[in-house]
Design a protein around this ligand. Structure first.
Ligand code: PLP
Length: 413
């Protein structure tokens, strides 16, 4: 989206603000679809956790995506957004059997990632088909917090436990209709995918009734011009060939599934914040914005590097700034960035603000969460109102009477 449009939208809805470009989401969806056009049955399940506004879910449904969910609430949001239950996969980690049962009762595809729940679920519901999440023990991902397929990770059933898994399947007589892995986010090297895929193919041979193989996600997206990204087209070519070959060996045309989050929405998102203060210290010029890690935590959580530009003064002289928030802890968005000269009141634009940004926002420091806007068909649509003081108080129970000055105090002798 161009800066002038973003500036106009910010004038209309005020800052801080999230804006999502529906065209970019659609073009990313089509790009992934095209990369795997050689696969007979392809399924792209959008990872709702990346950005779960119901308008975005509706857009994904319209594009033809399925939905990858990790909580019963995401399942319910998906159903509200119009997804058919069979288009939703539920891939939780460490949740109770009750939550899985609730999802199963709603008719969604269940994906189980531990032997304990697998056995309990299989004993109770041998007729409900289940997918299993495998941990292939590969180290992948751009940061230790988002590397989830290695041997010390809490996710998935270890490939070394396949014999145990098979005994459970046999004893419960349950039907395994899919196998799945997700090894991490920000995976640059497609060889990591291909290597882990071989492990998944090998595992798949143990199950006779598979309908799909889900390769998870983790595609790395660019954060600035010239940045490296996962070569989706090359991955598409190589994995398609290998997948089709596997299906022949297996004797059945299976569905190839992915569950992209970042790839679909990261670059579609912009975060707009207003500069409150420009502060010159002995060594640094700080630009403090009307936001903080309560709205955009990724730089502090993962060290993610969101490009920041001054859209109020795009032709101004470039200077070095550290862009920080108003939270009463260190909340640096970017250190010593070259940005067009900043004045108080200017609007700064943070890129790659579509994935894991609003969904990780909080009310820390009793601040309001921002509004969200979807840019669709050349128009800005408000898809979430900015919070108000009522939202801060909502659900708080004020026990004022406990502390009322007129309440008699205990007598101390
Ligand atoms: C199980 C699972 N699938 C898919 C995703 C989406 O990953 P990404 O946003 O890197 O595409 C995640 C992200 O954490 C995940 O945990």
């Amino acid at each position: 989206m161009d800066s002038n449009t973003l500036l106009e939208i910010t004038r209309e809805f005020d800052a801080p603000l999230y804006v999502y470009d529906a065209n970019k989401i659609e073009s990313q969806f089509n790009r992934l679809n095209n990369a795997f056009s050689g696969v007979g049955k392809l399924r792209l399940n959008y990872a709702a956790k990346a950005l779960s506004n119901i308008a975005v879910l509706r857009l994904m449904n319209k594009l033809g995506a399925g939905l990858d969910t990790v909580s019963i609430q995401e399942v319910k949001l998906g159903l509200m957004a119009g997804f058919q239950p069979e288009s939703i996969i539920f891939t939780p980690n460490g949740v109770s059997l009750e939550e899985i049962e609730e999802a199963a009762a709603l008719g969604v595809q269940i994906n189980i990632d531990n032997l304990s729940i697998l056995e309990q679920f299989g004993n109770k519901f041998p007729n409900i088909p289940v997918c299993i999440r495998i941990n292939p023990h590969v180290m992948a991902g751009g940061n230790s917090n988002i590397s989830v397929g290695h041997i010390d990770s809490k996710f998935g059933i270890s490939i070394h436990q396949i014999p145990h898994l098979l005994r459970i399947v046999e004893l419960t007589n349950m039907n395994i209709n899919g196998i799945h892995m997700h090894t991490g986010s920000d995976i640059l090297d497609i060889d990591v995918f291909l290597y882990a895929s071989e492990i998944l193919f090998e595992t798949a041979k143990n199950f006779k009734n598979l309908e799909f193989i889900d390769f998870g996600s983790g595609f790395k997206v660019p954060y600035k011009a010239g940045d490296i990204e996962t070569n989706i087209e090359e991955l598409g070519k190589k994995l398609t060939t290998r997948f089709n070959q596997f299906c022949e060996e297996y004797g059945k045309e299976l569905t190839l599934a992915f569950e992209p989050g970042k790839f679909l929405v990261s670059e579609a998102g912009y975060f707009l914040a207003k500069v409150n203060v420009v502060k010159q210290t002995t060594s640094t010029v700080f630009a403090s914005v009307d936001s903080g890690f309560n709205h955009l935590i990724r730089p502090m959580l993962y060290g993610s590097n969101h490009e920041i530009s001054n859209i109020s003064n795009p032709k101004g002289r470039e200077r070095y700034y550290s862009v920080v928030g108003y939270i009463c802890e260190t909340d640096t968005f970017g250190s010593n960035r070259r940005i067009n000269e900043i004045s108080e009141g200017d609007i700064l634009c943070f890129k790659n603000a579509g994935a894991y940004c609003f969904t990780m926002a909080s009310n820390y420091n009793s601040r309001y969460r921002p509004a969200e806007v979807l840019w669709y068909n050349g128009k800005a649509h408000l898809i979430r109102k900015r919070e108000t003081f009522d939202d801060i108080l909502h659900n708080q129970v004020d026990v004022q009477e406990l502390f009322d000055k007129s309440t008699p105090k205990a007598i101390v002798k």
